[in-house]
Design a protein around this ligand. Sequence first.
Ligand code: ARG
Length: 459
Amino acid sequence: MAQLWGGRFTEETDKLVYNFNASISFDQKFYAQDIEGSIAHVVMLAKQGILSKEEKDEIVKGLTGIRQDVENGTLEITEEYEDIHSFVEANLIERIGETGKKLHTGRSRNDQVALDMRLYTRIEVLSVDDLLRNLLGTILRLMEEHLQTYMPGFTHLQKAQPVTLAHHLGAYFEMFKRDRLRLADIYKRMNYCPLGAGALAGTTYPLDRYYTANLLGFEGPTLNSMDSVSDRDYIIEFLAALSTIMMHLSRFCEEIIIWNSNEYRFVEIDDSYATGSSIMPQKKNPDIAELIRGKTGRVYGALVSILTTMKGIPLAYNKDMQEDKELAFDAIDTVKGCLALFDGMLKTMKFNRQIMEKSAMMGFTNATDAADYLVGRGVAFRDAHGIIGKLVLYCIDRNCCIEDLTIEELKSISPFFEEDVYEKISLKTCVEKRLTVGAPGEEAMKKAIQEQKEFLERH
Ligand code: ARG
């Protein structure tokens, strides 16, 4: 058991207490950030004349050596230390002797851990954003490919009006684009440096917090030392953004599972992203999509967990806050894994254009357009709605679609039908006429795609 605080104690910590309290098993994940923060801290201490230049050089060399040795595998982070901070400090003292004991001057583990977690989270915000960017690239390429792949659009999972695959995918482009904007926003808010807040009330050493903040690439120092050590909002915000990303992925997965089903066959998931059954030889299951949908729950769980942990904590630091790490790490890794796998699955998936188009034709997705046709011929919309309703019923009885009827049959239901109706309610016309901003018509879609491309160039 290696502890930084033995002085005041006469008895050993109970072994169970020690294990319950220790965080090294998970906070070793940010050893690199702990060292990076310590280096910035001593560089600042030397600039302020609190440490000599020689002392600073010695400490920086020692810390850099620790990082290298951990990275090349010669130094193992073991559980004999309470946390990553103790591990680094003890190793430093072992390596460089007495000077190592000056590292923690003007610092507390409270501002230290607040800094480490922020540095760690900050990088992860960027790597999640990178994965989202890749996914948006994949979606945009598919959109360009499928401007004329007609398919039914659904409401209530009932065929509603025809759209294109490009348009449907474009909806997800919007969702993941908003996710990226959310991350950018969170990044801006979190990018302030808590180091120098001390245990809770700053320190009496003349620290230059602007300097440390600047060395570590922050916008500036945080402005209230009590808040600095007890703020975990940025983790909560990040987990909320991650939960939203998972919600979007999960909806997309749900659609892919439906589309990939034997009944729909709109898509076929590539063999490399599907799995089989141990008993039913015919099966090819969409396990990856299901797992991503399933893992959404665990990311939501991390968010709810930390929200709950934080809700009753008085100022300033309390040990409850140690609970911010494990589930957050797990959620971040989960989302990154899901984004990468989802992108791969989408890229390799086959879209069955004919089946999608046939499905759009067979589901009366042009019924609104048929009503609008009658409106164009002078019928009031409510009457036209009733007439087409009857027409649909007539077709259901005969198991055909509106455009399969002869002009005589159509006229027997409403004299306002003329020969041009077939062209006016064809699938192509129904989609291509929809040209309002954001609609599926090809010209409208091309404009939207152009804007999305510009977004990807800017971000
Ligand atoms: N392992 C602790 C955490 O993650 C580090 C801070 C410890 N500070 C303290 N006063 N015990 O929150």
